[in-house]
Write a protein that binds this ligand. Structure first.
Ligand code: F6P
Length: 530
């Protein structure tokens, strides 16, 4: 363990009992422990981080070589070194940036040409009689576009978009039911074009279309890096939108995988989304660490997860249209940094990236906030909220939303002491031991950290900024942990075992060699299906 980690742990032990509220004795705290880029404000004042902690965290940043690694990423070096790949989703939003070299060749002409083809195709679809678009994909080929399409619904002026991901036949059956096969476009989104869930759903959609009078020859498009496989599936090259292996699945919404979003909001809206991402890239590359939102978000994350040992973090958008953001961030953060081995093969020091979960506020308040406020575990919370909503006529809803968001972070920090709870119980008429018992149930420990990201309004540019902010946060946290954030070997074993189990579940092979639990479960399924 390095001395900076030791110093941080020591610091944490010293300040663990300190009240976060007491830090606000410094009248400049809110200003000092916040940062802005463009119109966004990131406030991390309601954490137990002080100047000294921040200095130690910055030393961690320094020794991790973050600045050099960031330069290597943007320069197209193969930083995903277990797969020998560059990591260049940033090139997809490099609208007016310079050349980006991979293996000595500028990738930008290809990126811009594909973007132009996407724009032309999106215009064609939007001007046609297509009423519905079904995006079939999973993981990064689903979560990004599904989240972004939901987030930007006020900007939709194209066909309706639907997303099918689960291999559970219920998903595609429920989605296709009620659609007109003659006016539906199916987009098969799969980087590899081998993912079993996606290919199974794609074949089912193709059969449905044929059976109901549509023409898969002209009503299917593909988003993939695998030209031969898309051709073998029967999708002509003019409707295949390719990308390179230097775009990771969970980072792919910026390119062809974002086609459904482009069809929904139009090429101009999509450009604004890309420009938002690019603006965050520039900020991440240029801003000093003390003003740098992705860096600060990452340092707060490391402080909470690796130093304080809080095992999860909740993402709580007070923005209904961002209700899919927690799902999206689960893949982005957990598939990237849920690893126990460092790049050099050594064990990760301490814990890997935390469990990420959450839901839109205020809904979550009526579900799991009880545990966040009074449970035994501390769960750092990340609030997101817009200054204004799109529904001008419903501004009173929005003010209520904002008040709830800010009230939650304040309540988490302040808590309610036993004495305050007793006062309430006295007012309610309790006395003696019953007063004491009732009061204890109404105590909030408080001192629970949170950060808040505020922005003017959720528009395409802003969404681009938010997504790129979280992507770079993942990068910085990964660098500090010494992790390769861009592979995902942890998803392989389950896939392999599913392949070997399929003939057993089909009843075509015995469960020999399987543990008795697995054999029993398969036996139950076989015995109980119709
Ligand atoms: O779950 C593993 C994974 O490889 C993800 O990283 C990826 O987003 C998803 O599967 C889908 O992969 P593909 O786009 O190749 O179908």
């Amino acid at each position: 363990m390095t001395s900076t980690w030791d110093a941080l742990r020591e610091k944490q032990a010293q300040v663990a009992g300190r009240s976060i509220l007491s830090l606000f004795d410094d009248p400049a705290r809110a200003r000092k422990f916040s940062a802005r880029t463009g119109d966004m404000l990131f406030d991390f004042a309601k954490t137990n981080i002080d100047d000294e902690t921040l200095k130690l965290l910055s030393q961690l940043l320094e020794t991790s070589g973050m600045a050099e690694k960031r330069a290597a990423m943007f320069a197209g070096q193969p930083i995903n070194d277990t797969e020998g790949r560059a990591v260049l989703h940033t090139a997809l939003r490099n609208l007016d940036g310079g050349p980006v070299q991979v293996d000595g060749a500028d990738v930008m002409p290809g990126v811009l040409a594909t973007l132009d083809r996407m724009r032309a195709f999106a215009r064609l679809v939007r001007d046609s009689d297509v009423t519905d678009v079904v995006n079939i994909g999973i993981g990064g080929s689903d979560l990004g576009p599904a989240m972004a399409v939901a987030a930007l619904s006020p900007y939709h002026d194209g066909p309706r978009c639907h997303f099918v991901s689960n291999v559970d036949g219920a998903h595609i059956a429920d989605t296709l039911r009620g659609l007109n096969a003659k006016t539906t476009l199916v987009i098969v989104a799969s980087k590899t074009f081998t993912t079993i869930e996606t290919m199974t759903n794609a074949r089912t959609a193709r059969a449905w279309m044929t059976e109901h009078g549509g023409d898969p020859q002209v009503q299917f498009a593909a988003l993939s890096t695998a030209d031969e496989l898309t051709a073998a599936f029967g999708i002509p090259p003019e409707r295949v939108f390719g990308f390179e292996d230097w775009v990771g699945g969970r980072y792919s919404v910026w390119g062809p995988i974002g086609l459904s979003l482009m069809i929904a909001i139009g090429p101009k809206g999509f450009d604004a989304f890309l420009r938002g991402g690019q603006a965050m890239d520039r900020h991440f590359q240029a801003a000093d660490w003390r003003e740098n939102l992705p860096v600060l978000l990452a340092l707060v994350g490391v402080w909470h997860a690796q130093v304080c040992g809080y095992s999860s973090r909740a993402v709580l958008p007070y923005d209904q249209r961002l209700s899919k953001l927690p799902d999206y961030l689960q893949q982005l953060e957990m598939e990237s940094n849920g690893k126990s081995v460092q790049i050099d093969g050594d064990d990760v020091i301490g814990d890997s990236g935390p469990i990420v979960w959450g839901a839109a506020g205020t809904n979550g308040q009526h579900a799991f906030y009880q545990l966040i406020h009074q449970g035994t575990r501390v769960i750092p919370c990340e609030f997101l909220v817009a200054a204004e909503g799109h529904e001008a006529e419903l501004a009173h809803h929005h003010n209520l939303l904002v008040a709830n968001c800010l009230a939650q972070s304040e309540a988490l920090m302040r808590g309610r002491s036993l004495n305050e709870a007793r006062d309430k119980m006295v007012t309610a008429g309790f006395t003696g031991s019953e007063l004491e018992r009732q009061a204890r149930h109404r105590v909030f420990a408080g001192n629970r950290p949170s950060v808040t990201l505020v922005y003017p309004k959720l528009d395409p540019f802003l969404l681009g900024q938010i997504i790129a902010l979280y992507e770079h946060r993942v990068f910085v946290e990964g660098v500090i942990l010494g992790i390769n954030s861009y592979d995902q070997w942890g998803v392989e074993l389950g896939k392999e075992l599913a392949t070997s189990l399929q003939p057993i579940v089909d009843g075509e092979a015995p469960a020999d060699g399987k543990d008795s639990s697995t054999a029993q479960l398969v036996g139950y399924v076989i015995a109980n299906r119709g």
